[in-house]
Write a protein that binds this ligand. Structure first.
Ligand code: ADP
Ligand code: UDP
Length: 238
C-alpha cells in the first residue's frame, strides 16, 4: 500500500463533466472516496484544478498573464470549498498556497508539510504552480516531488492513458504501463509534457485512473492494477 500520495483532480470532479460550479452529488462522491483512504492513515496531498470555475483559456480577449491568474484563484476557491466540506465529513484538512494571503490558507512551508501529515491532515495545495502559462497537472508534479510522494495519481474521467484520446477515438488502445519518454514522444495529451518531464527527472511514478469508478482511489493506493502506470523503464513497474 502506498503511504504518501499526491492526488491530482480536475475541477470538473466537483461539478460533473463539462459543467460549472459545484454539484452536490459529485462533491459527496469525492468526499466518500477520500474518506476511504484517509481511514488507512495515508498521507494524502491533493492538487485541485479549476475547470468547474475558470480556465485561463475561457477568457477570450484577456491577456494570458491575467486570465491565468484568474484560473489560479479558482483553484484557491475550490480548495477552500473542499476544506470546509471535508472537515464537515470529519476529514482534517489544511489548505496551503503561495499565491494568496487569506485567514484559512497557510503559506507553503516545507518544514510544516510533514507536521500536517503526522497530525493526520489532508493537505490541499492550491494555486497550481503559482505561475501563469502552466496548468495544475504541472503544479501536481511539483507538489508531488516537494511532498516526497511515492505516487502521483491523476484521477480523471477516462480509464488511463491510451494511444489516442479515447473520448474522440473509439478504437483507442489503453496502456497498462508506459514510460515517461514514450508518453512525451507520442504526445499523449492526458497530461502536460511539463508534468511528465518533472516526474521523469525526479522518478515520480504516475498513475492515471478513472476517478469516477467507485473505490478506484483506494484500489490505486493499495497498488491494485487500475489505470495506467507511468514509470522510468518498463522493467521498473513494481
Ligand atoms: N492519449 C490520451 N489518453 C487518455 N486521455 C486522453 C488522451 N489524450 C487526450 N485525453 C483526454 O484528456 C482528458 C483529461 O481530462 P482531465 O482529467 O479533465 O484533465 P485536465 O482537466 O487536467 O485537462 C480526458 O478526458 C481525455 O479525453
Ligand atoms: O500553474 C498554474 C495552474 C493553473 N493555472 C490557471 O488555472 C486554470 C485552472 O487550472 P487547470 O486548467 O489545470 O484546471 P483543471 O482543468 O485541472 O480543472 C488554468 O486554465 C490556468 O488558467 C495557471 O495559470 N498556472
Amino acid at each position: 500500500m502506498y503511504k504518501r500520495v499526491l492526488l491530482k483532480l480536475s475541477g470538473e470532479v466537483l461539478s460533473g463533466e463539462s459543467q460549472k460550479g459545484f454539484s452536490e452529488e459529485h462533491v459527496r462522491y469525492l468526499i466518500d472516496e477520500v474518506k476511504k483512504v484517509s481511514e488507512y492513515g495515508v498521507k494524502l496531498g491533493i492538487v485541485i484544478g479549476a475547470g468547474n470555475l475558470f480556465r485561463g483559456r475561457d477568457f477570450e480577449g484577456l491577456r494570458p498573464t491575467i486570465s491565468d491568474q484568474i484560473g489560479m484563484l479558482g483553484t484557491v476557491i475550490n480548495a477552500l470549498y473542499l476544506k470546509d466540506r471535508f472537515e464537515d465529513a470529519g476529514i482534517k484538512t489544511v489548505v496551503v498556497s503561495q499565491i494568496v494571503t487569506l485567514p484559512s490558507v497557510k503559506l507553503i512551508n516545507y518544514d510544516d508539510i510533514d507536521l500536517y501529515f503526522d497530525a493526520g491532515y489532508v493537505v490541499i495545495f492550491a494555486g497550481g504552480t503559482s505561475n501563469p502559462f502552466f496548468t495544475t497537472d504541472t503544479g501536481a508534479a511539483l507538489r508531488a516531488v516537494e511532498m516526497k510522494a511515492e505516487l502521483l495519481i491523476k484521477g480523471t474521467k477516462v480509464s488511463g492513458i491510451y494511444d489516442k484520446d479515447p473520448k474522440i477515438h473509439n478504437d483507442a488502445v489503453k496502456y497498462n504501463v508506459i514510460t515517461y519518454d514514450e508518453a512525451i514522444s507520442k504526445n499523449l495529451k492526458i497530461m502536460d509534457t511539463e508534468a511528465f518531464s518533472i516526474c521523469k527527472r525526479y522518478n515520480m511514478k504516475i498513475l492515471v485512473m478513472n476517478f469516477f469508478e467507485n473505490d478506484n482511489l483506494l484500489r490505486a493506493i493499495k497498488g491494485e492494477n487500475v489505470g495506467t502506470l507511468v514509470v522510468p523503464t518498463l522493467s521498473s513497474t513494481m
